[in-house]
Each structure stands twice: as structure tokens, then as C-alpha cells.
Ligand binder design. Sequence first.
Ligand SMILES: [Zn+2]
Length: 260
Amino acid sequence: MIVDAHTHLGDKEGWKVEDLIASMDETGIDMSLVISEKRYAPIKKILEQVEKYPKRLKAIGDINFETLDIDQINYILKLLEEDKIIGVKFYLGYENYYPSNEKLFAIYEYCQANNKPVVFHTGALETGDRGLLKYSHPLNIDEVAHHFPKLKIVMAHMGNPWLLDCAAVMSKNENVYADMSGYFEENEPIEYEEVAAFIQRLKAAWLFLGSYEKFIFGTDYPLYSQKEYLEAVLALDLNPKEKELVLWKNAAKIFNLDLT
Ligand SMILES: [Zn+2]
């Protein structure tokens, strides 16, 4: 069983839902979680696509921080309530806000009380982006986890390049995990040298945490080939228990997935 916990869709060539399903079939991925992005793939569009493949795809909705008001919060909570989205993504650095901003607390409170996960972008921003890195540092997640200890949290991209800071936040907070997506150079084949460096850097996190049990397989498809990404993750020396947790069990638990 394999779940890709971090993918996107859009209008561009190769970004269509049929392309994703074909990629999953080729790679042997059973389910992908598709995250909306307000600029190129807003929630409504994602839902239309995901609903075509209810057994294979689930949607994660994002917020627009700039226009966040009670109506938008209620809309998100309604989608969660109706199981149309299975979690909420926050882009932080891309929109210049800290995860501890009190405007977000109503969403965190709902998610904590109703066992719904939240996903935060952590780590680097795209070259030339107008956002600020200070908002996307993984250490910021500690404060949310501290105030909402039962809230299930996923740090997207393992906070790369701050992998050890990400590991420290996971080590301290029981319900905080990291997805392994978006690590390599985007829109390029994953090279052998990159995988060797990936193994090396993950090893440092492993030494700190003592296992890979808190990581979740995710790619950031279509910026990467799911097949190549899976091969890179399998090149890590995961023991059988870690492999199950990373490839699907953590995702199933956190996102409440029915994989039968
Ligand atoms: Zn992404």
C-alpha cells in the first residue's frame, strides 16, 4: 500500500487529473492527496477533479490569508464537516503570516476537536518569491503544537533546508509529522548525486530522532515524477516497520484515510 500525501493539479499540460492517475498506476500508488492552491488550482477546481476518482484521490483545501474572514473560515469548516476536504493547508511564507497568528485559531480549534489534520508549508520559498522565509521556518510550528497539543500537524517538505530543526519539532511534539515532498530540484529528473545527498541529510535527522517513523511519503507531483521520488525514498535504509509507516500508515492515521 502506498499513499502520496502531497500532490497538486492544474490546467497546464501534464497537470491534469488523468495524468496523475496514470502516474499513480505506473508507480503503484494507491491514493494521492491533492492540495489546492489559490492561484492556479483553487479548492472548487480541485474538488471537481478529485470527485471523479473518490477511491484514489482526496482533497486538502488551502486558505487565502489576505482575505481570511469569518465567511471563508465557515466555508473551510463546512467542507471539512462534509468530508469534501480531509485537511487544511497553510502556505505561511508565501503569504507572509506566522502559523501562530490568532486569526487561524478558529480553524485549529475545529480541527483539533474533530480530528482533522493541518498541513503547513515549511522550508525554502521559490526563487524570487516576495514572501519571507522567517514565516516558513519549522521552529514556528512548535508554538502551534504547544497551544494545540492534540492537533495533528504535517510539516510539508521537512522544513528543507532546516531538516534538523524540523526533527527537533517532531521529537518534542507527539502529533507533529513531516512529509518528504519537494526536496529535489523541481521539474528535473532526480539525479543519483541528489539521492546520495538526500540519504546523507536524512541520516542526520535519523540520528537525532532514532527512526524514520515520523516521516510521510509525499512528492509534490507534478513538479516531480512520482516513480523517481518513490525510488529516492526507498533508497533510504528504512526497516520494514518504518517503511509501512512512511509509505501509508502515518498518512492513513493522520488524514483518517479509508484504504480498504
Ligand atoms: Zn506542494
